[in-house]
Design a protein around this ligand. Structure first.
Ligand SMILES: Cc1ncc(COP(=O)(O)O)c(C=O)c1O
Length: 362
């Protein structure tokens, strides 16, 4: 049984550690979702999110995990007879391509080996050779610990392919890494809140461009739960189409206020400091799985160069210190392990964890 007074400390790449005062937001008295108090909470939260993502466009709060928005982007903005280019560089970007196929769309994949980035010239080459309605990018591949050069890709696309929609999965990037939505001319980006927002799972935040919304108007069979048109209609009254996860929105409101008080530049710098620290340790004791230049500031995927038994090490640290970090994802299990450094995790937390791993392996 879980000891609720002493729950495990989480360093897995989501859900991540949640501070006590954030948990308290989830326990506030509930509101009616069509009442003025909720509209105030919703409106205020959306206004703060617009500042956080540097956008004047649409913010939708979805009571789902991020996978729902994978599907929403495709079903709302890619016609049944259109083709989407899915860039694949790890488990999550691969999965998004599968989701697009499961929505019955034509999918073309641009694949690189896991641990390698998607580069602007690769996307350019594909877009020059075919006709695509949209491109999917994963900002931060949570399986390989890699940050794709999405700014460079977006700038190239803005200049050379302005009519192709840009969908960006920012699940393990959002708020930990820079995100200037309007400047990059993105069309859909999203994350679930259990990553760098440091809130328990149960809500996703999506940013949707006006042109994506316009496009969706004429795409048939968008489905019901994730219909952007319904989200946009209700957003005018600071509401959601269906009953939202109000406790999570209270926690999101609280976290947004904290982020804006700290300042986004400072938030990104804080994540970089944590990334540098874990990378330095990983470089000394093991190696990084991905190319150093693209290593993420929100999590590190460590290559198990010493052949340690990862599962046993994780179990030992859980036994002794009630703390968990991540084994490798999918086919990278045991070949790698993953340490999250995002949200409300601190450098001191990381120093403690790495010292405990050292005790096990040295
Ligand atoms: C990059 C990325 N995309 C999508 C997902 C799926 O998110 P969710 O589990 O919130 O649906 C994850 C989950 O870890 C992820 O890391």
């Amino acid at each position: 049984m879980v000891d609720w007074k002493n729950p495990p400390r989480l360093f897995i790449p989501g859900p991540v550690k949640v501070d006590e005062e954030v948990l308290q937001q989830l326990a506030r008295p509930t509101l009616g979702h069509r009442g003025k108090e909720y509209a105030q909470l919703h409106g205020q939260t959306v206004d703060m999110l617009k500042k956080i993502f540097f956008t004047e466009q649409n913010i939708f709060l979805s009571t789902s995990s991020a996978s729902g928005i994978w599907e929403a982007a495709i079903r709302n903005c890619v016609g049944l007879d259109e083709t989407v280019l899915c860039t694949c560089c790890g488990a999550f970007s691969d999965k998004w391509a599968d989701v697009a196929k499961s929505c019955g769309r034509n999918v073309e994949e641009l694949k690189v080996d896991w641990g390698k980035p998607i580069l602007p010239e690769m996307v350019d080459e594909k877009l020059a050779a075919g006709k695509y309605a949209a491109v999917t990018l994963v900002y931060n591949e949570t399986s390989t610990g890699l940050t794709n050069p999405v700014y460079e890709i977006s700038r190239m696309m803005k200049e050379k392919y302005p009519d192709v929609l840009v969908f960006v999965d920012a699940v393990s990037a959002m708020v930990g890494l820079p995100l200037h939505f309007d400047e990059l001319a993105w069309d859909v980006t999203f994350a679930s809140v259990q990553k760098a927002f440091a809130i328990p799972p149960g809500l996703a935040v999506a940013v949707v461009s006006n042109r994506a919304l316009e496009k969706s108007r004429n795409v048939p069979n968008r489905g019901y739960y994730f219909d952007f048109q319904q989200f946009a209609k209700r957003a005018q009254q600071s509401q959601t189409p269906t009953t939202p996860n109000i406790p999570h929105i209270m926690a999101l409101n609280y976290q947004c206020e904290k982020l804006l008080t700290e300042g986004m530049d400072n938030v990104w710098q804080r994540h970089k400091r944590m990334g540098d620290f874990v990378r330095a340790w990983a470089g000394e004791k093991f190696d990084l799985f991905c190319e150093q230049e693209y290593a993420s500031n929100t999590l590190t995927t460590v290559k198990n160069t010493r052949g340690i038994n990862v599962a046993e090490t994780i179990n030992a640290i859980q036994e002794k210190h009630n703390t968990i970090f991540g084994n490798g994802y999918g086919k990278l299990k045991e070949q790698t392990f993953r340490i999250a450094h995002m949200g409300d995790i601190t450098l001191d937390d990381l120093k403690e964890l790495l010292a405990w791993i050292d005790d096990e392996i040295d």
